[in-house]
Design a protein around this ligand. Structure first.
Ligand code: AMP
Length: 412
């Protein structure tokens, strides 16, 4: 099988060759002809399958065929969950685009950095926009970009878009797009919330499923464990001793708890350190280095202290105390399961806690568009469990405040 036989034009085939690709991967073989035909595509494939080129090549070919838009409004919109993926996709598309006869302008926009340079960069228009949803909406509000010329939409890593709490932003963006367009949907997993999103988006899609070996899957396995508040430290010790996690980050609510819990772990022979806001810069650097070099296994941290830090690849993130907001949750769990690694994100649910963490966790699930099965661990079953139905009565879904959104943008 060759790239030319998939229907790609000589200019695109040349660009592929320049990148050193000789033969298409399975997802490329299946997706490229379908996309060139104008079909919607539902692709279940992991990073590493070659999925980026699978949509990049046909979308470049289609842009060349249509020719430039007079107003230079973006004709292709790619939505991605993270800044890292935005950069990665931009690099792949840019690498091919550089080889083409027509100059195409590719802009990537994401949160966590100042909006002004992105607004400036969009002034002369763009052909392709690669965006995280929150920042794209901000730019639309600032009239820096319009979506009325988009004829091709790509959702990349749709599962992570939902994991990271972007369901609402996605719906707002979809409502701004022209109805007549081609939609490409890529995801590594296909939970019910994703099926609902894909159903609303895709028309008679070509389904492409690429099986990946489990060890290549980078994803976050979320677990919700019911336990008494007083049973959390013993359960934490048990998990750290039995799950084989190389590096874990445990989130607690207060500075006192970071120290108290890490002391108790030490006493049980588990190498742990506290990370809280009152630690000096040097102190923070030291504990992070200790985690990186495996001098310690566990970091017990508050949200504030962990914010913005370059924490090394983690095997597990544990919500000993639940985060205050869904967006903090997103940020916490996003620290595991990166770059093809699989990670676990565990939340301790305590029906007997003062804050009623069952009801609070339901709000987080609602924001994520996901429901996580409750489990109990033998020997650590809760004793004073209130009925979950009684607990959630009357609790409404919480919308993110402006502050939360700003914080989210700053963290992405
Ligand atoms: P992706 O799944 O899109 O993240 O791609 C994974 C890696 O495979 C990237 O480093 C690509 O450059 C590379 N790649 C994608 N398609 C091909 C191909 N047909 N031949 C060789 N390498 C490829």
């Amino acid at each position: 099988m060759s790239f030319a036989s998939l229907g790609l034009s000589p200019a695109i085939v040349h660009a592929v060759r320049e990148q050193g690709y000789h033969a298409p991967t399975p997802i490329q073989t299946a997706a490229i002809p379908a996309i060139l035909r104008g079909a919607d595509v539902l692709g279940l494939a992991q990073t590493g399958s070659g999925k980026t080129a699978a949509f990049a090549l046909p979308l470049l070919q289609r842009l060349l065929q249509i020719g430039p838009d007079a107003a230079r409004q973006p004709r292709v919109l790619l939505l991605v969950p993270t800044r890292e993926l935005a950069a990665q996709v931009a690099e792949v598309i840019g690498g091919f685009a550089r080889q083409l006869p027509e100059r195409l302008k590719i802009s990537s926009v994401f949160g966590g950095v100042s909006i002004n340079p992105q607004m400036m960069a969009l002034r002369g228009g763009a052909d392709i926009i690669i965006a995280t949803p929150g920042r794209l909406l901000d730019l639309i509000e600032h009239n820096a970009v319009r979506l009325s010329a988009v004829s091709l939409l790509v959702l990349d890593e749709a599962d992570r878009l939902l994991d990271l709490g972007f369901a609402e932003e996605l719906q707002r963006i979809l409502a701004l797009l022209p109805a007549k367009r081609q939609n490409l949907f890529f995801s590594a997993t296909f939970a019910p919330a994703l099926a609902a999103l894909a159903d609303g988006l895709l028309q008679d899609p070509e389904r492409i499923v690429i099986e990946t070996a489990p060890e290549q899957r980078g994803q976050i396995a979320q677990r919700a464990i019911e336990v008494d508040a007083s049973g959390r430290t013993p359960l934490l010790k048990h998990l750290l001793q039995t799950q084989g996690w190389e590096r874990a980050l445990v989130f607690v609510a207060t500075k006192y708890a970071t120290e108290h819990v890490s002391d108790q772990l030490w006493a049980a022979g588990i190498k742990a350190a506290a990370l809280h806001g009152e630690l000096s810069q040097g102190g923070r650097t030291r504990v992070l280095m200790a985690l990186k070099t495996a001098e310690i296994q566990v970091l017990v941290a508050t949200d504030v202290a962990a914010r913005g830090l370059d924490i090394p690849e983690l095997s597990a993130v544990i919500n000993y105390d639940l985060p205050r907001s869904a967006i903090d949750h997103t940020h916490r769990i996003g620290r595991t399961g990166r770059a093809g690694e699989s990670g676990a994100a565990l939340s301790f649910i305590c029906a007997d806690s003062a804050t009623n963490s069952e009801a609070h966790f339901r709000l987080i699930e609602k924001r994520q568009g996901q429901r996580i099965k409750r489990e109990q661990i033998a020997g650590f079953e809760p004793t004073g469990l209130a009925s979950p139905e009684a607990a959630v009565g009357g609790v409404k879904g919480k919308r993110m405040s402006k502050k939360d959104k700003l914080r989210a943008a700053g963290l992405r």
